[in-house]
Design a protein around this ligand. Sequence first.
Ligand code: ZN
Ligand code: ZN
Length: 270
Amino acid sequence: MLSDYHIHSHFSSDSEEKLENIANTALSLGMSSICLTDHMDYDYPISPDEPDMTFFLDIPEYAKALGALRMQYAGRLDIRTGIELGIQPHIADENYKISKSHPFDFIIASTHIVDKKEPFYPSFWDGQNIDDCLAEYFSDMLDSLKKFDNYDVCGHLDYIIRYIPDKSFAFSYKDYSDIIDEILYEIISKGKGIEINTAGYRYSLNSPNPCTDIIKRYKELGGKIITVGSDAHFAKDVGSGFDKARNVLLACGFDSYYTFKERTPYRHSL
Ligand SMILES: [Zn+2]
Ligand SMILES: [Zn+2]
């Protein structure tokens, strides 16, 4: 079973899951290691409808709890301490400080916010042209990645497509290939990687995030480092869709994936 390197617990604003439930699920699936990657989104635009969604991570408490969990499962399951950092072009300095405030094993850089708005909320799309929203999303991501590079993988590269309200809209890599290629060049040239995020299957996208064409393009451009993550917010979703993800990676020409410890990539055969 591939190791799950994108999991949320009750330390994230949008999850209530207990760490032990996550570890037990991973053990029952036969995983050898997992990485918790709870959310930290500096300057997250708080919605008046959901004022508790601050996406602020109490890093000292989180690290302490994971240290105890690691001891509890020692010899059975390697538990790594990661973080999913929300990136935006204007918060690079803050993200450098956060990323250096603890010796994390693994850092995912994710774009959740475009122009101070979150595409997860339906109001994001009100009166907007979908093509313009997608173009702005990718352009912001590129800008953020150029300004902040203390990360290991770029999270769910086409995250925004999960939330397009018009379900008949067919997203195609080709329509945004110039900007997506620039993002991939940026990631590869800095020695970073991308993740295959299987939450896409749970949003009925019929593909992971990013989609197969982007994974293929990453390979063509020389990309090597790939992690696999469920983006689980419930223990039951740990490892979900991993069989499909493995098949997608093999079909895209990959024969291995990576885990991280102390920010160092370790290669594993698929
Ligand atoms: Zn995310
Ligand atoms: Zn996540």
